[in-house]
Design a protein around this ligand. Structure first.
Ligand SMILES: NC(=O)C1=CN([C@@H]2O[C@H](COP(=O)(O)OP(=O)(O)OC[C@H]3O[C@@H](n4cnc5c(N)ncnc54)[C@H](O)[C@@H]3O)[C@@H](O)[C@H]2O)C=CC1
Ligand SMILES: CCCCCC(=O)/C=C/[C@H]1C=CC(=O)[C@@H]1CCCCCCC(=O)O
Length: 361
C-alpha cells in the first residue's frame, strides 16, 4: 500500500480539498465586511469558483454558499456607518489640496481703504470678519436682520473705527432691502469693493427659509455685487466671498437641506468665479468653508433637525469634529481675499492653512 500511495497523482479537486482542510484547521471565526461579501458575489458572477474564493478570503466553502444564498440582502445593504463616516470614504468623495503657491505676492489685493459689506455681520463669524477687516484698514458695513445685535456691535466698533463702520438693517431674503444696504453703504462709505455673503440659517425644520437665506440670499448678493461693482456696469471691480461650510464638501447626513445649500454655494462660486465672468465684471468670487465652531456643536441639535430620529446621525456628523475658532477663520478669510484665485473654495480647519476643495473634478 505504502509503495502504491507514493505514486498517486492527485486531482486538482483533491489538492484543493487538502489545502482547504489545512486552512480550515488554522481558521477561527472570520467576519467578512460588506465590501468583501460584495466582492465575493461579483467574483462568483464573473464565474470564479467558490473553492478558489474560500481560500482567497480564508473562509469555509459553506460561508461562500451562504453569501450566495443571501445575494439580495447583501446587495441591498447600506454601507456601514463606520465606513460612511470614515476619512477614507469622505476623501474618496472630495479631494482637498493644500495650495502651496497661493501665498504668491503678485496679484495680492491691498485692503487698506477698501469698503466691505458683510451680511450676517452682527454675530458669529460675520462679527469676527468685521473686526478683522477693520484691523486691515477697511471700512465696514455691518448688514444684519438682527438690528439689536447690529447696533450693539456698531457701538462697540465705533470706539476704535469711528466713521469707518456703519450698520445697515438688511434681510437677505428681500432683494429690495439688500439693494438698499448697497446704496446706503455706497453713499455713507464711498463705495463697495468687497461683499461677504455670510448670512445663514442652519435649521432643516425651516428648510424653505434655509434655502432662501443660504442659497437665494447668496445669489441675490452676487447679482447685486455684479450690478454695483461690475466693471461692465461702470463699477470698480472687487471680490465676493461666499459663506460655505465643511459640509460644502461632504454630506452632513443629519442636515440634508442645509448640506445642499452649502454644496450649491461651492458650485455657484465655481461658476461665477470662472475667468469668463471675472474678465467681464472684474469681480473675483471665492468661498470659505470652515468646520464648525464650539457654539454650533453645543446647541440643542434636535431643534434644527427635520426629525428627532436624525439625532444619531448628528452625533456621527459632529463626533470627530475639532471646533474651529472664529478669530482663526476670520484671519484665514482675510488672507484668502488677498490671494485666492477666483472660483476657488477653501476648507478651513483649526490651526491649519486653508485647503482648496476640488468638487467633482
Ligand atoms: N458656526 C459654524 O460652526 C459654521 C458656520 N459656517 C458658515 O459661516 C457663516 C456664519 O455662520 P455663523 O457665524 O455660525 O452664524 P450665526 O448664526 O452666528 O450668525 C448668522 C448671522 O446671520 C444673521 N442672519 C440670519 N438670517 C439673516 C437674513 N435673512 N438676513 C440677514 N442676516 C441674517 C443672523 O442674525 C446672525 O447675525 C454661515 O454662512 C455659516 O453657514 C460654516 C461652517 C461652520
Ligand atoms: C455640525 C454643525 C455644522 C455647522 C456648520 C455650519 O455651517 C454652521 C452654520 C451656522 C450658520 C447658521 C447657524 O445658525 C449655524 C450656527 C449654529 C449656532 C448654534 C448655536 C446654538 C443654538 O442656539 O442652538
Amino acid at each position: 500500500m505504502a509503495s502504491k500511495r507514493k505514486y498517486k497523482t492527485l486531482t486538482l479537486k483533491e489538492k484543493l480539498d487538502i489545502l482547504n482542510r489545512k486552512m480550515a484547521s488554522k481558521r477561527k471565526y472570520k467576519t467578512l465586511t460588506l465590501k468583501e461579501k460584495l466582492d465575493i458575489l461579483n467574483r462568483l458572477e464573473r464565474g470564479e469558483s467558490g473553492k478558489v474564493l474560500d481560500i482567497a478570503y480564508g473562509v469555509d466553502t459553506s460561508t461562500i454558499s451562504d453569501i450566495k444564498k443571501c445575494t439580495g440582502r447583501i446587495k441591498s445593504s447600506p454601507p456601514s456607518p463606520a465606513y460612511l463616516y470614515s476619512r477614507r470614504y469622505r476623501n474618496s468623495a472630495v479631494k482637498t489640496k493644500a495650495i502651496k503657491n497661493y501665498n504668491t505676492d503678485k496679484n495680492t489685493m491691498d485692503l487698506k481703504g477698501k469698503v466691505a459689506l458683510v451680511t450676517g455681520g452682527a454675530s458669529g463669524y460675520g462679527r469676527e470678519y468685521c473686526v478683522e477687516l477693520l484691523k486691515q484698514g477697511c471700512k465696514v458695513s455691518i448688514c444684519d436682520i438682527n438690528s439689536d445685535a447690529g447696533e450693539d456691535l456698531l457701538h462697540e466698533l465705533s470706539k476704535q473705527a469711528q466713521d469707518r463702520v456703519i450698520f445697515c438693517p438688511c434681510d437677505v431674503t428681500d432683494y429690495q432691502q439688500y439693494e438698499e444696504a448697497f446704496q446706503t453703504t455706497i453713499s455713507k462709505l464711498g463705495g463697495v469693493d468687497i461683499v461677504i455673503n455670510n448670512a445663514s440659517v442652519m435649521n432643516d425644520r425651516l428648510w424653505e427659509l434655509e434655502v432662501d437665506v443660504n442659497l437665494n440670499g447668496v445669489i441675490r448678493g452676487l447679482l447685486l455685487a455684479f450690478r454695483f461693482l461690475g466693471r461692465d456696469r461702470g463699477g470698480p471691480g472687487g471680490i465676493v466671498v461666499n459663506g460655505g461650510s465643511s459640509c460644502s464638501t461632504h454630506p452632513f447626513v443629519s442636515l440634508p437641506v442645509f448640506t445642499a445649500t452649502k454644496h450649491a454655494v461651492a458650485a455657484l462660486t465655481r461658476s461665477y468665479g470662472d475667468p469668463y465672468h471675472v474678465n467681464l465684471t472684474g469681480v473675483r468670487v471665492i468661498a470659505v468653508c470652515p468646520t464648525p465652531t464650539e457654539t454650533a456643536l453645543q446647541g440643542d441639535a434636535r431643534k434644527r433637525l427635520m426629525s428627532g430620529e436624525y439625532e444619531q446621525a448628528w452625533k456621527r456628523d459632529t463626533g470627530n469634529t475639532v471646533p474651529v475658532k472664529n478669530e482663526f477663520v476670520a484671519k484665514s478669510m482675510v488672507d484668502l481675499i488677498k490671494k485666492a484665485p477666483s472660483g476657488s473654495s477653501w476648507l478651513i480647519e483649526n490651526s491649519q492653512a486653508p485647503k482648496e476643495i476640488t468638487l467633482f473634478p
